[in-house]
Ligand binder design. Structure first.
Ligand SMILES: [Zn+2]
Length: 230
């Protein structure tokens, strides 16, 4: 597997602190290590992933780097952990990259959910397959997949023509509450800040409170700063 998109490297590289904070508790659990050691290993894995992505982005390259780094773990645990770190981090980076691409793809005004639907699929994600909405619909700010570490759900963009030919119709807003009631997101809380492809648009910057002073109040304030003349 080769990852070429510079945006993905940038995403992983720019989010070092968030990724380390998200992975530390996971690594502590997987290794039974104290938090400071888990955090140090998260930092090493992050560095190794950035290096591997810059070198062309193969998972094999990353696993080799980790194997040479003397983590002190047994080989099996080390490999499981490295594979999970790489796979899940890449999934998040790709989702963010796809979201950025979606934002530019004005020729694809609609998108629909895709669900693998095999035995490994979380059944709570199945209703995503019924969702076809304008790409700017707020549903996608709440439920842009993946919905968890093991989720393989996704979305695909659609042109007006593809929508017409598909024979499908846009999911009515009335159907969304029932769908959303079934969908389940299993990202651990520490991963939430990394789901930036799902954040609703930032609210308008709050206005600074305006203080209105009378001329007398203004004169009183200014007079306090006037040098004494006597
Ligand atoms: Zn899923």
């Amino acid at each position: 597997m080769i990852i070429a998109a510079n945006d993905i490297v940038d995403w992983v590289s720019d989010r070092g602190d968030l990724l380390i904070a998200a992975w530390t508790p996971q690594i502590a659990t997987m290794t039974d290590w104290e938090v400071p050691y888990a955090k140090a290993l998260a930092g090493e894995l992050h560095d190794g992933m950035v290096t591997s992505l810059l070198r062309g982005g193969t998972e094999a390259n990353f696993l080799n780097l980790v194997a040479k780094s003397n983590t002190g773990l047994d080989a099996r645990t080390e490999r499981d952990l490295a594979e999970r770190f790489f796979g899940v981090t890449l999934k998040l980076a790709r989702a963010a990259h796809r979201h950025a691409q979606d934002g530019k793809a004005t020729a694809l005004p609609f998108k629909y959910g895709t669900v693998v639907g095999d035995a490994r699929t979380d059944p709570s994600h199945l209703p995503l397959a019924d969702v076809l909405l304008p790409r700017e619909h707020p549903f996608w700010t709440r439920w842009q997949p993946p919905f968890g570490m093991d989720c393989r759900c996704g979305t695909i963009g659609m042109t007006n023509g593809q929508l017409a030919r598909s024979g499908r119709s846009i999911t009515p807003d009335e159907a969304l509450p029932a769908i959303e009631a079934q969908l389940r997101d299993t990202w651990p809380a520490e991963f939430r800040p990394l789901l930036d492809f799902r954040q609703p648009p930032a609210p308008a910057t709050p206005q600074q409170p305006t203080i209105t002073l009378s001329q007398q109040q203004l004169d009183d304030i200014l007079s306090a700063f006037r040098p004494d003349t006597d």
